[in-house]
Design a protein around this ligand. Structure first.
Ligand SMILES: Cc1cc2nc3c(=O)[nH]c(=O)nc-3n(C[C@H](O)[C@H](O)[C@H](O)COP(=O)(O)OP(=O)(O)OC[C@H]3O[C@@H](n4cnc5c(N)ncnc54)[C@H](O)[C@@H]3O)c2cc1C
Length: 277
């Protein structure tokens, strides 16, 4: 790993972006620093600290909730607004993954900035339909699912937006692991909205396949407009293993992952149809 020769305390977003633009690929923004301390691109020599740029906030409005990129997992887990959003799934997971000391440091900006394929938070944010507010001289908003497909080098993640339109839906995340502390062999996350007994919207996301988080609109189509019944989910569980691209790595074979895909849909079935308490 390369030596850090400068730790730059940016005083504003404009200041941070100007410094990053001036230095190019040898500079990196610091969230909680958890990833950057352990593993970083060897060419990085300057770290740009964002802690004085006003990015540590959770703001609720009529449009939804915006989480500033310097907000830690611990703060997210304790937010009353996020605890009420989509059944509280994001708050619950933000308070249970990793270790409590790490949750005090890991920021939502750092999680998205790194986005390991096995990351727990990103697939759930994608399922929740999150958008990111980026700053690269001007501000713009883009769906998180698009951002992770084509990151914008140099752009600062300013915040994550959760739309009020999804607040009443139900959010889920399952991480299949060999032990509680292990990196998962598969993630499945879902957001489902219902009108009575009919599903009106659904986002289904798989990650750690071992590829990174991806939405599966073809599977969502199978739920939208259908009744909340075991038969609906049984059809989905039959289709999903053929549609979700899985592979083999050190953690699991593709065959095992295909079986987990089916099990993931069974979990969703049991939670949506009331079998699971
Ligand atoms: C021991 C250990 C256990 C872990 N356990 C888990 C776990 O259980 N579940 C899980 O999901 N993850 C886990 N992680 C991974 C952790 O979520 C990631 O390492 C995450 O990237 C750390 O966030 P950070 O804020 O410290 O990021 P940093 O280390 O500060 O940054 C990570 C990357 O994001 C970039 N970045 C940071 N902020 C911004 C911004 N605002 N705009 C643009 N780019 C930015 C940085 O330049 C860097 O490239 C674990 C990590 C460790 C070391």
């Amino acid at each position: 790993m390369g030596r850090i020769t400068q730790y730059y305390h940016a005083t504003s977003l404009e200041d941070a972006f100007a410094k990053a633009k001036q230095l190019g690929p040898v500079a990196a923004y610091v969230g909680g620093g958890v990833e950057l301390v352990l593993r970083r691109n060897p060419e990085i020599t300057t770290l740009i600290d964002l802690s004085h740029c006003g990015l540590d906030y959770i703001a609720a409005s009529r449009e939804g909730i915006e989480i500033g990129s310097q907000t830690t997992l611990t703060t997210i887990s304790r937010s009353a607004d996020i605890r009420q959003y989509a059944g509280g799934s994001l708050a619950w997971w933000a308070g249970h993954i990793a270790h409590n000391n790490l949750r005090d440091m890991i920021t939502v900006g750092g999680v998205i900035g790194r986005n390991q394929p096995w990351n727990d938070v990103v697939p759930h944010l994608v399922a929740l339909g999150a958008q990111v507010r980026l700053f690269d001289g001007t501000e713009r908003i883009t769906p998180l699912s698009d951002y992770i497909e084509a990151k914008q080098p140099g752009a600062i993640i300013k915040g994550v937006l959760l739309s009020a339109g999804n607040a009443g839906s139900r959010g889920f995340l399952w991480r299949f692991t060999r032990t509680q502390q292990d990196i998962s062999t598969l993630h499945f996350s879902a957001l489902v909205n219902c009108d009575g007994k009919v599903m009106t919207a659904a986002n289904l996301v798989f990650a750690g396949r071992p590829g990174h988080a991806a939405l599966y609109p073809r599977l969502s189509e199978e739920l939208v407009g259908k009744s909340l019944s075991h038969e609906t989910f049984a059809r989905l569980a039959e289709m999903a293993p053929d549609l979700v691209e899985v592979g083999t790595d050190l953690r699991a074979t593709g065959e095992f992952r295909r079986e987990l895909v089916r099990a993931a849909i069974v979990n969703l079935d049991e939670h949506m149809t009331g079998v699971a308490q």
